[in-house]
Design a protein around this ligand. Structure first.
Ligand code: ADE
Length: 234
């Protein structure tokens, strides 16, 4: 997979992209990630990327011209356009199912905004999808882009090194994950559940499944499937 990031702050990505799984996935050629700075595509003396909103109001708006020039440069860096995604609080809420969908793509182009927002013609002109990582407002889309990249790259074949772990974890089946334990067997009076020491794999699997369901019911009931539809035929 190739991921291009269009941003005003490429330096913000340095640390997250250069550690642990994201670093290894790049080193092993599982993903290549490239950064483009919108400011490099300005043509005026002040390298201006934002301006006051038409109609008045607070804050500044990201201008379409440098963003489009940057996008058109980035687009040509690989043969496929892939999915073009703007990070914005107005976007579709980001969930595991979306991460799985994006992990099947050959290329993603992520656009991180700043200021009060993007000039509307950016979304329309690029025919971009919009993703939000939650119902709160960040100072820009960079952290959101990193969240999306982190969630997607770990799903790419080979990224984790051991295939089953991305299958098992929270949300993979729409449920929260079961509890984990490692040594010691007793810690500050708290014992590892006996069943996990039994060696009975079928029983352990059933216990874990029950735990997943119980936790989801208690902590995230919104994740459980809605009541099955009632049969209205007479
Ligand atoms: N930019 C600012 N806030 C955001 C959010 N919650 N999700 C995605 N991008 C954003």
């Amino acid at each position: 997979m190739r991921i291009d990031i269009i941003t005003l702050f490429p330096e913000m990505f340095e640390s997250p992209l250069n550690h642990s799984i994201l670093k290894r996935a790049q080193d092993e050629g599982i993903v290549s990630i490239a950064l483009a700075n919108i400011r490099d595509f300005t043509t005026d003396k002040y390298h201006k990327v934002d301006d006051r909103p038409y109609g008045g109001g607070a804050g500044m708006v990201l201008m379409p011209v440098p963003l489009f020039d940057c996008f058109e440069h980035v687009e040509k860096l690989a043969p496929t356009r892939g999915r073009v995604i703007m990070l914005t609080p107005q976007g579709e809420p980001f969930r595991q199912a979306k991460a799985q969908e994006l992990a099947r793509e050959e290329r993603l182009i992520l656009i991180a905004g700043r200021y009060e927002g993007f000039d509307e013609r950016i979304r329309i002109g690029l025919n971009a999808e919009q993703i939000s990582i939650g119902d709160y407002v960040l100072n820009g889309g960079e952290l959101a882009a990193m969240v999306v990249i982190d969630a997607v790259v770990r799903l790419l074949p080979g990224a984790l090194g051991h295939e089953e772990s991305a299958q098992d974890e929270s949300f993979a089946e729409g449920l929260l994950e079961y509890p984990h334990y490692t040594r010691p067997e007793v810690f500050r009076g708290m014992r590892v559940p006996e069943i996990l020491l039994s060696g009975d794999h079928a029983k352990i699997a059933a216990w874990r499944r029950r735990q997943s369901l119980e936790r989801t019911k208690a902590w995230r009931p919104d994740l459980l499937p809605k009541d099955p539809p009632t049969d209205t035929r007479s």
